[in-house]
Every structure is written in structure tokens, then in C-alpha cells.
Write a protein that binds this ligand. Structure first.
Ligand code: UD1
Length: 421
């Protein structure tokens, strides 16, 4: 089994251009189905999930070409409307193919999706919303047979019980070329959703995001969408991971091609911890760590614009070495502390009760052999291992590879002694 071998205690230093966002690129790849033409997507990260999404497109009769600087997708000759169980299980985002396939083909056969095990992750909101938009759904075990009742999806008023990212994306994809207008109340308004809407609007869609306390997205269905060239937004979680690793190792870094407005939470926390931050402009941010990090009091994960659940494990790794106590309250997923037993192997002091974890910082960590339990939990282990004294080994790299492009290369470039063996 391949593992990351990390010699800890090296100060990370240098410059890095942040990769494109996984969570933005996947729905945009899916959205190309609606355009019936050739799309060129720049800054698509080279990840297993990107490859899985391309394999699904190929299975549906589309063509994909992964170049070093762009992904070219032609959806003109798409003929299929069924995704295999194997590919559905590869990632969570496979479920958002459903809305796009229904809009394009009128019917679709899919299975329950895979993805990281961070909670039960049901798809009831997706199904209820699509039913309201005129889709008939028959379930047979894990398999879903879905078909439009009329020739087109019809716009509807959708009220989400919780601002689910995936359900919001599925409805947007189903609604973009539907008849009539769809409104999503209590929609997720994460930057990755804004990126999906920006792509679709460039293709000719009419989507508006109203950020008020109801967070409404309106999608006025259009007859057809054109293909386009589009650059995927930078990955805010990868940027935060690099900043956290640099902060943990008392280093300094200039992150390039980031978007400052997506990084307010991590920058606030690092600032409170005592790091020096300099914004050269909104796309280039410099961070110099403080040798003695101070713990922040508490962190509660919430839907956007609240603190992102994806950052919780990464900031937890940092809190384990900060002076003081931090209380983490995880409100999005019920099983998102699986990295805690692994972090404890480094000597971290963490207590967990239900959805609350409390860290008590210790000045040093010692190397350990640990297993990534999910994507961001795996990233947290890298942050801890870079700080720890001695040689750590991190196993289960398939989770980390789901979100970080050449992860060892990214940290090696900043001076880490990190190898995949
Ligand atoms: C997406 C992101 C993931 C991030 C999460 C929360 C992708 C590929 N994944 O996941 O990185 O951690 O948003 O920001 O973009 N829920 C239901 N029923 C549903 C759908 C969701 O009960 O039909 C619940 C979930 O159990 C969870 C909450 O809603 O408690 C949020 O889930 P959701 O926003 O849908 O997360 P994902 O789209 O799976």
C-alpha cells in the first residue's frame, strides 16, 4: 500500500499557485451535458474525481480530453442515460449527473452515490425537489429509475429544509433549460455554487443568486445553452490547507491566484493565532507564521457564509499545537471527527462528545503511523505530520488524492521532506 512518508519539523517556505477547485470543477463538468457542444475548462485539477467524472461522460457518449492546462469536453453526441453502479460509487458528486441527464435526455438511471464517509449523506432533498419538477422516480434497491412525466422539466418552487450543496446543484442543473422559472429557497450559496452559476450564465442561462436571509436562487429556464471556455475558481480548501501547514511549521508562504473573499475564515483564524498576513492584492496573499500559535476559542461549522465543515479537521490539527483550548462544534455532518483518533497518535490532546471536540494545544507532536479516514481528515494528518518530530507515515492516500493534486509535490516545493513510497 502506497503511503506518504514525512520527515517533520521542516519550516515550509516559498510560493505556490493554488490548484483549481474540486468542488467547483465537478458540477461544471456535469453542466457541460446541457450545452451540446465543445467546452474548454481551464484550471481543472488533475484528480481521481475529475477522471471519474470524465469516465461517466465517456460512458454517456461524450468525448473528453485531459490536457496539462485544460479539460476539453464535447457533449454533442451524448446518447447514454445510465451510469454504472461502479462509477456512481466513486464519488459523491456523481448524483448531480441526475439533474443534468434528465434535462438533456428526459430519463436517467443512477445508483446511490459514493464519497467520503463523514455522515449518512442522504439524497432525499434531491429526490423530493426533482419530483416537484415533474420527474417520476422509481427506486429498486440502490437503483433509481427516473423519467420526466412531460417532455421537459418544469420550473418549480423548491424550499430546501437545509442548504444542501449537492441538492442545490442538482436543482440548478435540472432547471437551467426547464420550462418556466425555478426558485430555490434556503439554497446553498457556497462560492463553488456561484462558480457553477457563473459558468452556466456564460453559456446563456439566466440564474440569479439573492444573498439575503432566505438565500434564494432563481433560475429562469432557457431554450438552449451554448458551450464556452471557462476558468475554474481556485480551491479555497487547498489554499487553507497550505496556509495551515505553513502556520504549523513556523514558515512563510506567498499563495498566488487565490481569491481573498473565499479565505476570510481561515485568514481570520490564522490572524487570531498570531500569524502575520499581507494581502498584496485580492489574488496574492502572504502569510508568516508565529512560532507560538495562540488557540482560538471556538469554531462552529455552518453553511456558507459560516465556517466551512471541510476546514474543521485541518484547523483542528493546527489547534492541537496552539497555546490554549479550542472548542469545535460540527453542525453539518454527524460523523466528521474520524480524524481525531489518528491525530491523537501524534500526541494531540482532544476530547470528543457527540458533535463537540475540544483540543488542548501541546507545543510539540511526535511522529506516528496514521490512516486517512476521509479527504479533509487526511489533509489534517499531513499538517500534523509536517509539524511532528520524527518520521511519520500516512496511509489510505486514495482519500487525500480525491482533493489534492500531487499533494507531496505541492509540499515538497515548499521545502517539506515528503515522499510517496
Ligand atoms: C458538499 C461538498 C463537501 C462539503 C459539503 C458541505 C462536494 C462534492 N462536496 O457535500 O465537500 O463538505 O458540501 O459544505 O461539493 N442532506 C440531507 N439530505 C440531502 C442532502 C443533504 O439530509 O438530500 C444533509 C447532509 O446529511 C448534511 C447536510 O445536508 O448533513 C449538508 O450536505 P450537503 O451540503 O448536501 O453536502 P454534499 O453536497 O454532500
Amino acid at each position: 500500500m502506497k503511503k506518504l512518508v514525512i520527515y517533520g519539523e521542516k519550516k515550509l517556505q516559498g510560493e505556490q499557485i493554488v490548484q483549481g477547485s474540486k468542488n467547483a470543477c465537478l458540477p461544471i463538468i456535469v453542466a457541460t451535458i446541457l450545452t451540446k457542444g465543445e467546452n474548454v475548462l481551464y484550471r481543472c485539477p488533475h484528480l481521481n474525481d475529475t477522471i471519474s467524472a470524465c469516465k461517466i461522460l465517456t460512458m454517456l457518449g461524450c468525448s473528453t480530453k485531459i490536457n496539462t492546462d485544460c479539460l476539453i469536453i464535447n457533449t454533442k453526441n451524448m446518447y447514454g442515460n445510465e451510469i454504472s453502479k461502479y462509477l456512481m460509487n466513486k464519488m459523491r458528486s456523481s448524483i448531480i449527473f441526475l439533474g443534468a441527464m434528465l434535462a438533456r435526455c428526459g430519463e436517467a438511471v443512477v445508483y446511490y452515490p459514493g464519497g467520503c464517509n463523514i455522515g449518512s449523506r442522504p439524497i432525499d432533498f434531491h429526490i423530493k425537489a426533482l419530483k416537484k419538477m415533474g420527474v417520476h422516480i422509481k427506486k429498486n434497491g440502490e437503483k433509481l429509475y427516473c423519467k420526466l412525466k412531460n417532455s421537459k422539466i418544469k420550473g418549480a418552487k423548491i424550499q430546501l429544509p437545509f442548504p444542501s450543496v449537492g441538492a442545490t446543484e442538482n436543482v440548478i442543473l435540472a432547471a437551467a433549460t426547464a420550462t418556466g422559472t425555478t426558485t430555490i429557497e434556503n439554497a446553498a450559496i457556497e462560492p463553488e455554487i456561484e462558480d457553477l452559476c457563473a459558468y452556466l450564465n456564460r453559456c446563456g442561462a439566466k440564474i440569479k443568486i439573492l444573498k439575503n436571509n432566505l438565500n434564494i436562487i432563481t433560475i429562469e429556464g432557457v431554450e438552449k445553452l451554448n458551450s464556452c471556455e471557462y476558468t475554474i475558481m481556485p480551491d479555497r480548501i487547498v489554499a487553507a490547507t497550505i496556509f495551515s501547514a505553513v502556520a504549523a511549521t513556523a514558515g512563510e508562504v506567498l499563495l498566488k491566484s487565490v481569491d481573498e473573499k473565499h479565505l476570510t475564515h481561515i485568514l481570520n483564524i490564522l490572524n487570531q493565532m498570531g500569524c502575520k498576513i499581507k494581502k498584496y492584492n485580492k489574488n496574492n496573499i502572504y502569510l508568516k507564521s508565529n512560532e507560538h500559535l495562540k488557540a482560538v476559542d471556538h469554531i462552529r461549522t455552518l453553511p456558507h457564509p459560516g465556517f466551512p465543515t471541510d476546514l474543521q479537521p485541518i484547523v483542528m490539527a493546527l489547534s492541537c499545537i496552539a497555546n490554549g483550548t479550542t472548542v469545535f462544534i460540527e453542525t453539518i455532518f454527524e460523523n466528521r471527527f474520524r480524524h481525531v483518533p489518528e491525530l491523537k497518535k501524534f500526541g494531540a490532546i482532544i476530547e470528543v462528545k457527540d458533535k463537540i471536540a475540544v483540543t488542548k494545544g501541546t507545543p510539540s507532536l511526535t511522529a506516528a503511523n496514521v490512516y486517512a479516514t476521509d479527504l479533509r481528515g487526511g489533509a489534517a494528518l499531513i499538517v500534523a505530520a509536517l509539524k511532528a518530530k520524527g518520521i511519520s507515515k500516512i496511509y489510505n492516500l486514495q482519500y487525500i488524492d480525491r482533493g489534492y493534486e500531487n499533494v507531496e509535490g505541492q509540499f515538497f516545493k515548499l521545502g517539506a521532506d515528503i515522499f510517496r513510497k
